[in-house]
Design a binder for this molecule. Structure first.
Ligand code: SF4
Length: 215
């Protein structure tokens, strides 16, 4: 294994969202992202970082003896060496998740990885980047996520869930209110009103630590 990856940070925290929310998790944050979502809270990962070999990442991750490892960014799949990194983490016995923007082809991602695939809403400013062919790559243990900024986003997301039959394809369809843009209770009321087969989530880490880096 000789691949090097540009890494912004590797840290131990509580998972802030998705199916393993609240679980102690090691995060491997890869540097770089080709998107510029209006609500992005990890712009510090767009550039900089340090080069790590896959062996060095594995050694750092192992120091926390975690059960869960989350590979995130930025957009981790913007680096080709992310594919072998994911496989190596699975081989090491971790339960691995991948947070990805939905703008890059996920073909070839190790089938043991639980993908958390974004659908970029119109309110993100990057809706045109969605690669809808990724839907056919989704596995039953995967999740899809919509960050919702307003009622137009909600209606757009609802249409996607129906059109792509997402609730039948993946374990969880996640609806998150865009932090500080949409009141969570408003989104909750829409979901209940329309009896949507989705899971609403709030980002736990924002309530615990605001937007602190490395938490
Ligand atoms: S895809 Fe993620 S990291 Fe990239 S700009 Fe959007 S929110 Fe930020």
């Amino acid at each position: 294994m000789t691949e090097k990856l540009r890494i912004t940070e590797i840290f131990h925290s509580l998972q802030g969202e998705a199916r393993t929310v609240g679980r102690p998790t090691v995060f491997v944050r890869l540097t770089g992202c080709p998107l510029r979502c209006g609500y992005c809270d990890t712009a510090y990962a767009f550039s900089g970082g340090m080069l790590f070999s896959i062996e060095e990442i594995l050694t750092t991750v192992a120091s926390w003896t975690p059960r869960y490892v989350c590979v995130t960014g930025g957009e981790p799949l913007a680096q080709k060496s992310c594919w072998p990194l994911l496989a190596a983490l699975c081989d090491a016995g971790y339960e691995v998740s991948l947070e990805t923007s939905g703008a890059i082809d996920v073909d070839g991602v190790d089938a043991r990885v639980s993908k958390v695939l974004d659908f970029k809403t119109p309110g993100s400013g990057e809706v045109q980047r969605n690669l809808y062919s990724n839907v056919k790559q989704l596995l039953p243990h995967d999740q899809v996520k919509f960050v919702i900024c307003n009622e137009d986003d909600y209606q757009w997301s609802r249409q996607c869930v129906s059109q792509y039959r997402l609730a039948e394809k993946v374990s969880d369809v996640l609806f998150s209110p865009s932090h500080a843009t949409l009141e969570p209770a408003v989104l909750a009321d829409w979901i209940l009103r329309d009896r949507l087969p989705v899971r609403m989530q709030l980002q736990l880490h924002k309530y615990l630590w605001a937007d602190a880096v490395g938490r």
